[in-house]
Design a protein around this ligand. Structure first.
Ligand code: MRU
Length: 358
């Protein structure tokens, strides 16, 4: 199998920069851009040049480094202030994927603890680069483990349906929802994928189909409205999606349209799996209704196919995510194992096991 595309990476030492695939241009153009300032990183996250919950977390962590890298000769107070300022700014980039806030919290905690220990400004800067690289590296390992747990649920010659893109391009590794597909493929299971196109920004058609084709995996794109029909035709064995935020009660927020897919899966008696790292679980929230849902620019719906597609004056509503209640979730596949029929008790046990406070 070909290597997975490198979604983003840090180039150079402390005075380096981030390189990332400009995902808005896929699949027709594969361009790598350089991001060198906090403002540019916020812009890249907002316009979805880099997207997908874990990848946004990694990007934000590197964003903090971009905000302090020029301060290696400054006093630690100045570095801490700049790091906190960068965290505050990056936290405004997108509201829903909790991995962003999780990664920023890690960076903030690192800065504060070293500052408290009396580290020099130079040491603080270097430690923040290493912390961001650590977040990136561990995501690779986390994805692999999600893939291994998920692949155990897949049998030879099965077809999965996925929504949006929760593959390599959404993470620092091989993906979350697509990781079981990649690992099962390595195991010779011959897995096929149906990719919902995922209106309005077409992450399924543009990105999932691209990365699976590049990896030599059999992928079929369908429009979002076809999912129930395709399930009814008996073409699908299970659904696997990623997530942007999972509550401590087990409700799952993911790309708009996921909730409908879960309802259709339940109607057809198909397993509906969510693959996500524990960094996607928001320990503070119990109920899915409390998850902040990003509302995006109406222009994303008004224009498509290279032209205006809605009549002048028609109202537009553009929520980017929805919440699937835990009752519709067969299991959550995490790096520490599979949580079947997720409940508050089971989610809390998983968090406790991983040393996460709530
Ligand atoms: O708006 P996007 O493209 O960032 O939305 C991405 C998703 O909804 C993914 O399914 C989710 O972040 C999981 S990525 C491993």
């Amino acid at each position: 199998m070909s290597q997975h595309p490198e979604t983003l990476s840090w180039h150079g030492t402390l005075d380096g920069h981030v390189r990332m695939i400009e995902q808005t241009l896929l699949p027709t153009e594969h361009r790598v851009i350089e991001v060198s300032t906090v403002e540019d990183m916020i812009g890249a996250i907002r316009r979805l040049a880099v997207r997908g919950a874990p990848a946004i977390g990694v990007a934000a962590a590197y964003g903090v480094v971009l905000g302090i890298q020029h301060l290696h000769e400054a006093h630690r107070d100045e570095v801490l202030a700049a790091a906190e300022n960068a965290c505050d700014q990056l936290a405004t980039s997108r509201p829903t994927a909790v991995n962003l806030f999780w990664a920023l919290e890690r960076m903030r905690t690192k800065a504060k603890s070293l500052h408290g220990e009396g580290a020099t400004g130079a040491d603080l800067c270097q430690a923040l680069l290493e912390e961001a690289q650590g977040i990136h590296l561990s995501d690779r390992d986390t994805c692999r483990r999600i893939g291994e747990h998920g692949a155990a649920l897949l049998k030879k010659d099965q077809a999965i349906l996925t929504h949006c893109n929760a593959g390599a391009l959404a993470t620092g590794g091989m993906g979350t929802a697509l990781a079981p597909v990649y690992v099962a493929t390595e195991q010779g299971k011959n897995i096929r994928v149906y990719a919902d196109e995922t209106r309005p920004l077409l992450q399924g058609a543009r990105i999932t189909a691209w990365e699976l084709s590049e990896a030599g995996i059999d992928v079929t794109v369908i429009t979002d409205g076809m999912a129930a029909r395709v399930m009814g035709e008996g073409r699908i064995d299970c659904v696997i999606v990623g997530s942007d935020r999972i509550t401590r009660g087990g409700d799952v927020c993911n790309k708009i349209g996921t909730y409908g897919v879960a309802i259709a899966a339940r109607h057809h008696g198909l397993p509906f799996y969510v693959a996500a790292p524990l960094s996607t679980v928001d320990p503070k929230l119990l109920d899915g209704k409390d998850i902040p849902i990003e509302e995006r620019n109406p222009e994303e719906i008004i224009s498509g196919l290279g032209r205006r597609i809605t009549p002048e004056g028609s109202k537009i509503y553009n929520p980017a995510f929805d919440v699937t209640p835990r009752e519709l979730v067969t299991a959550i596949i995490t790096e520490v194992g599979v949580i079947e029929n997720p409940s508050q008790k089971k989610m809390e046990a998983a968090l406790k096991g991983a040393g996460i406070c709530f």
